[in-house]
Ligand binder design. Structure first.
Ligand SMILES: Cc1cc2nc3c(=O)[nH]c(=O)nc-3n(C[C@H](O)[C@H](O)[C@H](O)COP(=O)(O)O)c2cc1C
Length: 309
């Protein structure tokens, strides 16, 4: 058992991540004491006392809204999570497993785009799909930069191309490559070395719209979060993957962009241009546009390595 009062108090403060979370409240008259909210609360905020729900550890609340959503009587109030849409979960999942499997397999990395802008409404819809993705401790800490106009996307492309050419040169110096590996991870050093030759070939190609670090789409979405936060990379990836599925569902195409992400982290000029705070890192980037390509067949993937325990 933890005995240190000071430690407990500071842990309680940390638990709300400085987000000013208001714990749920219960309407005593409506509560029938079924205990569903108590059982489902992941943060052990609630207890059943005298057959009524009571908040016993409000500081631990992560505002996930499970208590509000699970209560059959509508007795729980938690303003932060209440939604005013008429959308309600159906008796079963909204899509069948077969439909979802098909959607997942239909989504491809689209690199050929029409010269047609993606509307702001569509971009907001796409980001909304990221917004409803899960985050560790419900921190909801995924931040987005949207580059949504043609000229700005072109500016970003030329910045990233500059970053790549410069990095390719630097990677030829093994001391610098070692330093980069220590600072940014060995895999990006391998990628930069690997792509150096390919990039040289690409530069002389006439039509390079589909290739390069940033295909010629209409918008770029970059997800960023706190550096050195062990869950931020996962939170951003999950959110951005949701975004890619929504883009596909809207009849748009998307492709993740490893080099834009790397440039946003490794090149101060790009990070500054994007307005990503110093203490943040980019954990994913994606180009979006109207596809100028249609896939007639689904592809197969390798069998996954699974260890069953
Ligand atoms: C983290 C990540 C980074 C990626 N970076 C790029 C990129 O910089 N350029 C690109 O053309 N494709 C990029 N891709 C797309 C992959 O090449 C693609 O997902 C893979 O080849 C499978 O094809 P599919 O997405 O069409 O099924 C990236 C994918 C991921 C997940």
């Amino acid at each position: 058992m933890l005995e240190n009062r000071q430690f407990l108090d500071s842990a309680k403060k940390d638990a709300v991540w400085g987000r000013g979370i208001t714990p749920p409240q219960v309407s005593i008259d409506k509560c029938i004491g079924c205990g569903q909210c108590v059982k489902d609360c992941p943060a052990l905020v609630l207890e059943l006392r005298d057959k009524k729900m009571q908040v016993v550890y409000g500081e631990g609340c992560i505002a996930c809204g499970h208590c509000w959503a699970v209560c059959p009587e509508g007795a729980v109030v938690q303003q932060e999570v209440e939604t005013d849409t008429s959308l309600k979960p159906g008796p079963g999942p909204a899509v069948t497993a077969d439909a979802l499997q098909l959607l997942i397999r239909e989504r491809r990395s689209v690199r050929l785009f029409k010269d047609k802008p993606v509307s702001k409404d569509q971009l907001i819809r796409i980001i909304d799909a990221g917004r409803y993705a899960p985050t560790g401790s419900n921190r909801q800490d995924v931040n987005y930069v949207v580059v949504s106009n043609h000229q700005k996307v072109a500016e970003l492309r030329s910045l990233v191309e500059g970053f790549m050419e410069n990095s390719f040169k630097l990677m030829q110096n093994s001391a610098i490559a070692f330093f980069y590996g220590m600072k940014f991870g060995r895999s990006i050093v391998y990628s930069l070395r690997h792509y150096a030759m390919w990039y040289d070939f690409l530069k002389n190609k006439k039509d390079k719209h589909a290739y390069g670090p940033l295909p010629y789409g209409s918008a770029v979405i970059i997800a960023h979060g706190q550096s050195f936060d062990s869950v931020a990379p996962f939170n951003c990836s999950v959110a951005l993957y949701n975004c890619s599925l929504m883009a596909h569902s809207l009849g748009l195409g998307a492709c993740f962009l490893g080099f834009v992400q790397a440039g946003a982290n490794m090149d101060k000029k790009i990070k500054h241009w994007l307005g990503i705070p110093k203490e943040h890192q980019s954990y994913g980037a994606m180009v979006v546009g109207h596809p100028d390509v249609k896939y007639h067949r689904l592809i197969e993937r390798r069998e996954p390595e699974i260890k069953w325990i």
